[in-house]
Write a protein that binds this ligand. Sequence first.
Ligand code: FES
Length: 106
Amino acid sequence: MGKITFIEHDGTEHVVEFEAGASLKDIAVDNAVPGIDADCGGECACGTCHVILAQEWYGKTGAPGQDEEQMLSLTPERAETSRLGCQVQTTEAMDGMSVRLPEFQM
Ligand code: FES
């Protein structure tokens, strides 16, 4: 059990508890964090679970896969540390992580 802070585009913070093994998308959706649409339900097919990680946390999430990279390339607000929330499986090492949400999901 740990805590992750989701930060909306306007700065509103949502601190939620998580169990390692859940995806960032599932954690956000299960806790009713606004700003994650997840239209495809976590199949890496919609890009509407876009999250932006701080550089120090990005390295702990592994590298995006080829399908994820393709979806991210279509994301207007993509940053260097962007990931799709459904493709990031949390670990104990992510306790304390901050996750920014883009202004729009598309
Ligand atoms: Fe659709 Fe992540 S939920 S790509």
